[in-house]
Design a protein around this ligand. Structure first.
Ligand SMILES: *Cc1c(COP(=O)(O)O)cnc(C)c1O
Length: 361
C-alpha cells in the first residue's frame, strides 16, 4: 500500500468545496439558550405534546455515533452515518469518481445499487463475475482491468444474493494492491461467523466498510447506514453529505434500540437457528437442487427447473420471495429471507406441497 494518496483521489470540485455550514453545526448541544438562528418554529409543531420536533437534528449525530463506535470497537471519528447505506454508496461515487472518465469495479452476482448508483453518476461500472463454483473473487482478472482511472472497487461480504463470505485473504490482497478506494459492504456481517474487517481499519487507509442497522438490528424503516473508515475519509463524507441527513426521530429511536443489546443478540440467535432449519428442510424436498451455504439472513436455493413457476405459486399463497433467476450465475435461483418460525414452517410446507404436485403431473 505504497502509492495511496487520498487527496489525489478526490474529485477537484470536492477538494475545493467550501461546505455548507448549518446553524446547528456550531451550537447543537447548548443548553438553556434561546435558538433564533435556524428559522425554526419556536412555538412547536402541531404535535407539540411531543418534544423537539420543531428543532433541526444534530447534523453529525454525535451521540448515536458514540454508541455505535462503542459497540463496534472503533472511534466515533471513524464513523459516518448515512440515510441508508445507499446514501453512502452515492457519496463514494460523488467524492471519488469523475463522470465519463473514471470507473468502478463490481463482482456480480451482487447488490444492485453499486451499478445503479454508478449509472446515475455517469461512471462506468466494470463487471468481473465471481467464480462459478464458490462465488469467490477472480483475482487475476481484476488485476488485468485495473488502470489509473479505476477509482472504486465494491466487494460485498457476505455477498447478496449468494449469501457466502468472500475470502478474507483475497479482500486484503486487493485492498493492499489497489491505489483507489475499496468499499467492503458488510451489511450481513453479524450473521456470519467470520470477523468484520473493521478491526483492521487503521491498516487500510483506502478501505471503507459499510454496515447498516437495516438487517441484524431490524431497523430498516429508520434508514441508517454506517460507514467505517479512516478519519480523513469520514471528514470528506461529512463535507459532501446533506446537512441533516439523519432525522431526529431516526437518531432517537436508534439510540434506544442500541441500548437493548440482549434482545438484539436474542433475535440474531433465532435467525441463525431458523436459517439452519430452512436449509435442512429445503434440501430434503425433491425439487430443490441445491441450497447454497449462507452467512447472511437469507438463503439462495436452486430449483430443479424454472424457478419462476415456484415463485408464482408461492405468491399465490401470499409468500413473497425474491426470484433471482435472471441474474448472472443464479439460474433458477430463489432468494429466501429467513422469517419467524411460523413463517418458515408455512413456507416449507407450501414448497413441499408444490413439489408433490409436480411429481404427480
Ligand atoms: C440490505 C443491504 C444493504 C443495506 O442497505 P440500507 O440502505 O442500509 O438499508 C446494503 N448492502 C447490501 C448488500 C444489502 O443487501
Amino acid at each position: 500500500m505504497n502509492k495511496f494518496n487520498l487527496n489525489s483521489l478526490i474529485r477537484e470540485n470536492i477538494l475545493s468545496l467550501d461546505p455548507y455550514v448549518s446553524a446547528r453545526t456550531e451550537h447543537h448541544k447548548e443548553k438553556n439558550s434561546i435558538f433564533l438562528d435556524a428559522n425554526e418554529n419556536s412555538f412547536g409543531s402541531p404535535l407539540s405534546f411531543l418534544n423537539s420536533y420543531n428543532r433541526y437534528p444534530d447534523p453529525l449525530q454525535k451521540e448515536l455515533k458514540e454508541k455505535i463506535a462503542d459497540f463496534k470497537n472503533v472511534s466515533p471519528s471513524q464513523i459516518f452515518l448515512g440515510n441508508g447505506s445507499d446514501e453512502i454508496i452515492d457519496l463514494v461515487y460523488r467524492i471519488f469518481s469523475r463522470p465519463k472518465v473514471d470507473h468502478a469495479i463490481i463482482f456480480p452476482p451482487t447488490y444492485g445499487m453499486y451499478e445503479v448508483s454508478g449509472k446515475i453518476h455517469e461512471v462506468d461500472v466494470i463487471k468481473i463475475f465471481l467464480t462459478e463454483e464458490y462465488y469467490q473473487l477472480n483475482l487475476d482478472k481484476i488485476e488485468k482491468v485495473l488502470n489509473p482511472n479505476s477509482k472504486i472497487i465494491f466487494i460485498c461480504s457476505p455477498n447478496n444474493p449468494t449469501g457466502n463470505d468472500i475470502k478474507r485473504e483475497d479482500i486484503e490482497e486487493i485492498t493492499k494492491k489497489f491505489t483507489g478506494i475499496v468499499v467492503l459492504d458488510e451489511a450481513y456481517i453479524d450473521f456470519s461467523n467470520k470477523k468484520s474487517l473493521s478491526m483492521e481499519i487503521d491498516k487500510y487507509p483506502n478501505l471503507i466498510i459499510l454496515q447498516t442497522l437495516s438487517k441484524s438490528w431490524g431497523l430498516a424503516g429508520l434508514r441508517i447506514g454506517i460507514a467505517i473508515a479512516s478519519e480523513s475519509i469520514i471528514r470528506w463524507m461529512n463535507k459532501v453529505k446533506y446537512p441533516y441527513n439523519i432525522s431526529f426521530l431516526s437518531q432517537k429511536i436508534a439510540l434506544k434500540a442500541l441500548e437493548n443489546r440482549d434482545l438484539f443478540f436474542f433475535h440474531l440467535k433465532n435467525i441463525l437457528a431458523e436459517r439452519e432449519y430452512i436449509q435442512k428442510s429445503l434440501i430434503k424436498i425433491p425439487i430443490i437442487q441445491k441450497v447454497y451455504p449462507s452467512s447472511a439472513n437469507f438463503l439462495l436455493a436452486k430449483i430443479n427447473f424454472s424457478s419462476k413457476n415456484l415463485y408464482q405459486y408461492l405468491m399465490r399463497k401470499k409468500i413473497f420471495v425474491r426470484d433471482r433467476s435472471k441474474i448472472i450465475l443464479c439460474k433458477n435461483c430463489l432468494r429466501i429471507t429467513v422469517g419467524t418460525h411460523e413463517e418458515n414452517e408455512y413456507l416449507i410446507d407450501q414448497i413441499r406441497k408444490y413439489s408433490i404436485q409436480k411429481r404427480e403431473i
